[in-house]
Design a protein around this ligand. Structure first.
Ligand code: PNS
Length: 164
């Protein structure tokens, strides 16, 4: 069984993430979307909120599971019996960071592959940070996040301190 892991912060999930989930889940038997903590980032949403929003966003995908993890990604991937980490790539600016992560992970666990999927052109400009900035400034996020969680995202991001 081909199990892949799509890790990320998802603070919050965007339609760009959902597009990667939709396309990559067709290439494996099971896709685990794994919400983690990037120690270099401060989050606007709690881990439980990020997981909750993702679960709603992917409820129609039958071979997709949402989970969270602590510690090293490669240890989590191994613990789930997965073979592959899938990541989305937008502009060139993503490349350097993702290359570093992929090489560190390869060094830690040579048996695990990292694959990159190019973001759809429609979402290549989209980021969770942009969604947050729009929300706190009253801009529309129509079409940028799944319709079914749009109101929840606005409610959560306007209710408390939002880190951009
Ligand atoms: O792309 P993102 O949203 O910043 O992803 C964050 C995440 C959680 C996937 C990433 O920071 C991660 O893998 N964290 C776990 C710690 C780890 O294994 N780091 C790699 C070696 S430095």
């Amino acid at each position: 069984m081909k199990i892949w892991v799509y890790p990320g912060s998802f603070d919050p999930v965007t339609n760009g993430h959902v597009d990667i989930i939709k396309r990559s889940s067709k290439l494996c038997d099971k896709l685990i979307v794994a919400v983690g903590n990037n120690l270099r980032k401060k989050y606007s949403l709690e881990l439980t909120e990020r997981v909750e929003l993702l679960k709603l966003a992917v409820k129609d995908f039958t071979n997709v599971e949402v989970d969270s993890f602590n510690g090293l990604l490669v240890n989590y991937v191994k613990s789930r019996g997965a073979s592959t980490i899938i990541k989305g790539l937008r502009a060139l600016s993503d490349y350097e960071y993702e290359l570093q992560m992929a090489l560190i992970n390869k060094n830690l666990a040579p048996e695990i592959e990292t694959l990159f999927m190019m973001a759809d052109i429609h979402y290549s400009y989209l980021s969770s940070s942009a969604v947050k900035e729009l929300v706190v400034n009253g801009g529309s996020i129509d079409g940028l996040v799944p319709d079914c969680i749009k109101d929840r995202i606005i409610e959560k991001l306007t209710g408390e301190k939002t880190v951009l």
